[in-house]
Design a protein. Structure first.
Lengths: 142, 267
């Protein structure tokens, strides 16, 4: 069994605070890991760390990350119902959008990038359609 | 959706919508979320980039520092981070025995910090993956072990030590990378060391530690050396650090790793 999955399952089982919110976030994480596993089949390693919370329309989540030139990255996100459509957009350290690859399928989305310079980047996650919902974002690299 | 179909869709939908995207505002940049488990890259990411651009001889570079004995919990947390980075180096070197030894050292040190049994039991997984030469799984397992140890520390009111594990891993990873780049300088390789936002993040987190901890001589030294590193890598317009700056980073980080691993200053 993959270690990430072992960790995820053990974290779910051992969670001392198994509240409805934490269960929803675990479900969002399962959903995003399913998407990220597609990239893992292409040699991408999924980071163990993740960002989760509640996503609302007009209130994007903006995450700071630090990337290395030479690596390739995919930032994957998933949200639960009633979210219907997400988007993931990448920006350089000055906040300018950067060119990459996009994937969008309902309440899952991803953005891919091979940075031309190492340093700080930003990932913006938007709820495009639907109502506020739990989300989870992970990233993969190779 | 199956994994394979997802990949197909990704390939089909790879066109960007760049022109329609507004830049982030200064407020959005300032308010961006910083989450240690995702904002700070693992040594494995750093080494993957080094591999891509420089083809280092990891077997030669895997020279783990024997951790000295110490009663300082702060120093143990820093040493733990150094060991995690050593684990990644052993994985890059595909040195199964080296991974097992490092995993054992990580768990022994984690026990001294009273981390949970679930974190400690990960030592067995590291052993199993090393036994099977499953290098990809080992990279994930090392990160998961580090995160679980940090989680356990936070749960035991040792949250101030968590950042020190990250600092230790970052310091050791940068030491190894800077040493390689200084001996094989190219602007592309040097650009990998230009990560001022990471150093700024680490310094800001150290600044949040209790005053008592910040006055520890080793922590004072960590802060000083991170500031020196920041000066060396904070170049304008994303230009890579020059050869002298890279040598400076290698020297500062080498000295700091030695301080972390040498044991108590006051036995």
């Amino acid at each position: 069994m993959k270690p990430l999955l072992v960790f995820f399952l053990s974290a779910s089982i051992l969670s001392a605070q198994d509240t409805p919110d934490s269960r929803d976030r675990s479900t969002a994480r399962s959903k995003v890991l399913e998407l990220a596993s597609a990239f893992a089949n292409d040699g991408f390693k999924i980071r163990d760390g993740y960002l989760s919370g509640v996503l609302e329309r007009g209130k994007p989540q903006i995450l700071e990350v630090n990337l290395f030139s030479g690596n390739a990255y995919w930032f994957s996100a998933a949200a639960l119902a009633p979210a219907r459509k997400l988007s993931v957009t990448l920006f350089d350290e000055n906040g300018r959008p950067v060119e990459g690859k996009d994937y969008q399928d309902g309440s899952t989305a991803a953005a891919g990038l091979i940075p031309d310079a190492s340093g700080r980047y930003f990932v913006r996650l938007d709820l495009v359609e639907g109502d506020k919902a739990d989300f989870c974002l992970v990233y993969s690299y190779k | 959706m199956s994994s394979r179909s997802a990949i197909s869709v990704v390939v089909l939908l790879s066109a960007g919508l760049l022109a329609a995207t507004e830049p982030l505002t200064k407020e959005q940049i300032k308010g961006a979320i910083l989450s240690e488990s995702i904002t700070i890259p693992t040594p494995g990411e750093f080494f993957a980039a080094l591999d891509e651009q420089g083809q280092p001889n990891w077997t030669q570079m895997f020279a783990p520092k024997a951790a000295g004995t110490t009663s300082s919990r702060e120093q143990m947390a820093l040493m733990l981070g150094v060991l995690v980075a050593d684990g990644y180096i052993a994985v890059e070197a595909q040195d199964g025995q080296g991974v097992k030894n490092t995993g054992k050292d990580i768990i022994n040190l984690a026990k001294k910090l009273n981390v949970s049994q679930s974190a400690i039991s990960r030592g067995n997984s590291i052993n199993d993956f090393a036994e099977n030469n499953d290098w990809s799984a080992l990279r994930e397992e090392l990160e998961a072990t580090q995160n679980e140890v940090k989680l356990s520390m936070a749960e035991q009111k040792d949250k101030d030590l968590v950042i020190l594990v990250t600092v230790g891993a970052w310091t050791r990873g940068t030491q190894v990378a800077a040493d390689f780049v200084s001996k094989n300088y190219t602007p592309g390789l040097a650009g990998l060391l230009r990560q001022p936002a990471i150093v700024e993040y680490l310094l800001a987190e150290l600044g949040e530690m209790p005053e008592r901890m910040r006055k520890e001589p080793l922590i004072v030294e960590v802060e000083q050396k991170l500031r020196a590193t920041l000066d060396l890598v904070h170049t304008r317009d994303r230009t890579p650090p020059g050869p002298e700056a890279v040598k400076g980073v290698a020297s500062v980080m080498d000295s700091l790793v030695n301080e972390i691993t040498k044991g108590n200053k006051e036995p």
